[in-house]
Design a protein around this ligand. Structure first.
Ligand code: FES
Length: 105
């Protein structure tokens, strides 16, 4: 599944991520900068914060309670903010675009 990661400076990375991995894992495995993922995907660090492109918000859905409470520790949270370790890659997300916040680089 093609995921497009956009760095805060506008640099785009088009990565083919296997279905079943998280959006965070897709970035880390392919050395995309801007997603630190200090906790390794346990929804406990908020350093995998991304902004989901407006066109995709419906498909990726809303954060669950645990994720929402963790997002409170992220900087510059927007309505489209998600923790990328909590977004599972599926076929339906082909072309998903996420932006990394300026605080993670
Ligand atoms: Fe730590 Fe996502 S990797 S919250």
């Amino acid at each position: 599944t093609k995921i497009i990661y956009v760095e805060h400076n506008g640099t785009q990375h088009e990565i083919d991520v296997k279905v079943g991995l998280s959006v965070m894992e897709g970035a880390v495995k392919n050395s995309v900068p801007g997603i630190d993922a200090d906790c390794g995907g346990a929804c406990a660090c908020a350093t995998c914060h991304v902004y989901v492109d407006d066109a995709w918000v419906e498909k990726t859905g809303k954060p669950d309670e645990l994720e929402a409470s963790m997002l409170e520790f992220a900087e510059n949270v927007e309505p489209t903010s998600r923790l990328s370790c909590q977004i599972k890659v599926t076929d339906a997300l082909e072309g998903l675009t996420v932006k990394m916040p300026a605080s993670q680089h």
